[in-house]
Write a protein that binds this ligand. Structure first.
Ligand code: GLC
Ligand code: MG
Length: 253
């Protein structure tokens, strides 16, 4: 399998995108190794998980060490092996974020069940919300938040998770931030995902986007409504879907 076009940056979600089919993950890891050696390709994981939860996953799955970890749905960026989140990114998110007020407003909704404490982060408030009530709850929640002047993003993923983040704190904005810092063109960047919190990866720039074949309905629907020739919906699932997309964009033969 040859490498055709230089790939400077590969950004991928973890759960149900890179991770989900162990043999496919092994196959893709081999290709990414060769990319790194040949072109110094940077690899970034963009996950909803906290860093601690990512580290748990990394003990059970053979994940290559990334150049950066975008954690907590975009609100935290860890470069290489740094223990602390990137300061410049944190400073961007801080202004206008009122965590306590958000929690108070959300507590008025009986259908919003708080996620475990470990997944509540300084710039991310997370709940479980059943898919059967999402269309009733989310618009009302958004309205109340904006009436209070709270400029936030409400993101629903996997038909169960609801995250509230500062506006501009999502995975996609985090990728734009890293591309700027590393001076990487969108045309040499690939982003991959499967669910609602990955929509932001696809919606800002002209990065090449791969939606894996097992993607959730919220991302599929978004893709149907925003078709562009630089996004590809794979047939295969998980890392095999990523491989299929890399082939489609001629990054591999
Ligand atoms: C991960 C996080 C969770 C979040 C979900 C969707 O599962 O642990 O807090 O709600 O991703 O973004
Ligand atoms: Mg996922």
């Amino acid at each position: 399998m040859g490498l055709l076009t230089p790939l400077s940056l590969l950004v991928t979600d973890l759960d149900n995108t890179l991770v989900g089919n162990d043999r496919a993950l092994d196959r893709l890891n081999q290709v990414l190794h060769r990319y790194r050696q040949t072109w110094g390709t940077k690899i970034v994981y963009a996950t909803g998980r906290s860093r601690a939860s990512y580290q748990d996953l990394a003990t059970t799955k053979p994940l290559m060490v990334p150049d950066a970890l975008i954690a907590a749905v975009g609100t935290e960026i860890y470069l290489s092996s740094s223990e602390l989140p990137d300061r410049e990114w944190v400073d961007k998110l801080g202004s206008g974020w009122h965590r306590e007020e958000i929690v108070t407003i959300a507590s008025r909704f009986a259908d919003l069940a708080p996620q475990p404490a470990a997944e509540q982060r300084p710039y991310k408030v997370s709940y479980y919300l059943s898919a059967s009530v999402v269309t009733a709850v989310v618009p009302r929640l958004q309205e109340l938040l904006s009436q209070q002047g709270l400029d936030v993003e409400v993101i629903y993923s996997g038909s169960k998770d609801l995250d509230i983040l500062p506006r501009g704190g999502d995975k996609g904005t985090a990728v734009q931030f890293l591309r700027d810092r590393w001076q990487i063109e969108p045309s040499q960047t690939v982003v991959c995902g499967d669910s609602g919190n990955d929509i932001a990866l696809f919606k800002y720039g002209r990065e090449r986007g791969i939606i894996v074949g097992n993607a959730q309905s919220e991302l599929r629907l978004w893709h149907e409504l925003h078709p562009v020739d630089y996004h590809y919906l794979a047939v295969a699932g998980y890392a095999d879907g990523m491989m299929e997309g890399l082939r489609y964009f001629r990054f591999i033969a």
